[in-house]
Write a protein that binds this ligand. Structure first.
Ligand SMILES: [Zn+2]
Ligand SMILES: [Zn+2]
Length: 207
């Protein structure tokens, strides 16, 4: 990367990057072929639409995520330095407190039963896990939930409608194709899941 203060060099660098990308068939499907060549007009149109929605959603998510990071910093700042008497802990410690509770275990069992202990996407019974569609971090933020009052919010925290069964590969695994490796962990909503489901159905996730 050249000195960004030198506009001419920067321009040259960008042009070189663009040429490289074109040579590698960037912006096209597998093996440098266009989506049309690979899948035909109709399916190509669908795929392109899905890809643009995915990037829009990803940008949206990143915006939300950086907002959340700021908020996390604010709420967790008392972690640094001496603990204060009214210290409430950060969001992640509250999330662990909630997910390790008996109430959460009951909720997990209920959701697992509802989906016959199978991954909603691939139907696998191997290493199935329960996912919060509207993430706990968002619920905590929206409802002002704290470690002292969380039990008053069991209805929203453990709503069976807000649970989804996914196998480890599609939920958590650090493989670049799982829901959390695509969208991250904080600020996930049902929208992300629906988008992920479409990506899966369209074969965009690969194996
Ligand atoms: Zn699966
Ligand atoms: Zn999850």
């Amino acid at each position: 990367m050249p000195n960004p203060k030198d506009p001419k060099k920067l321009q040259e660098y960008k042009e070189k990057q663009r040429q490289n990308a074109l040579r590698q068939g960037f912006g096209k499907g597998r093996k440098g072929k266009s989506f049309e060549e690979l899948y035909g007009e109709t399916r190509a149109k669908e795929l392109k639409k899905c890809c643009s929605t995915a990037s829009r959603k990803a940008a949206e998510f990143l915006r939300q995520n950086s907002m959340l990071t700021e908020w996390n910093k604010k709420i967790g700042k008392s972690k640094v330095g001496k603990p204060r008497p009214h210290w409430k802990g950060g969001v992640s410690s509250l999330v662990s407190l909630i997910t390790q509770s008996v109430e959460c275990e009951v909720w997990r069992e209920e959701v697992l039963r509802k989906y016959n202990k199978r991954c909603y996407l691939c139907g696998s019974k191997h290493r199935v896990q329960v996912h919060h569609l509207h993430s706990l971090s968002l619920l905590i933020q929206e409802q002002s939930i704290t470690k002292d009052n969380w039990r008053q919010f069991c209805g929203v925290l453990f709503d069976p409608e807000n649970g989804m069964v996914l196998c480890y590969k599609h939920h958590n695994r650090n493989n670049g194709i799982s829901l959390h490796s695509v969208f991250g962990r904080i600020g996930i909503t049902k929208e992300h899941f629906l988008l992920y489901e479409r990506m899966y159905q369209k074969g965009l996730l690969g194996e």
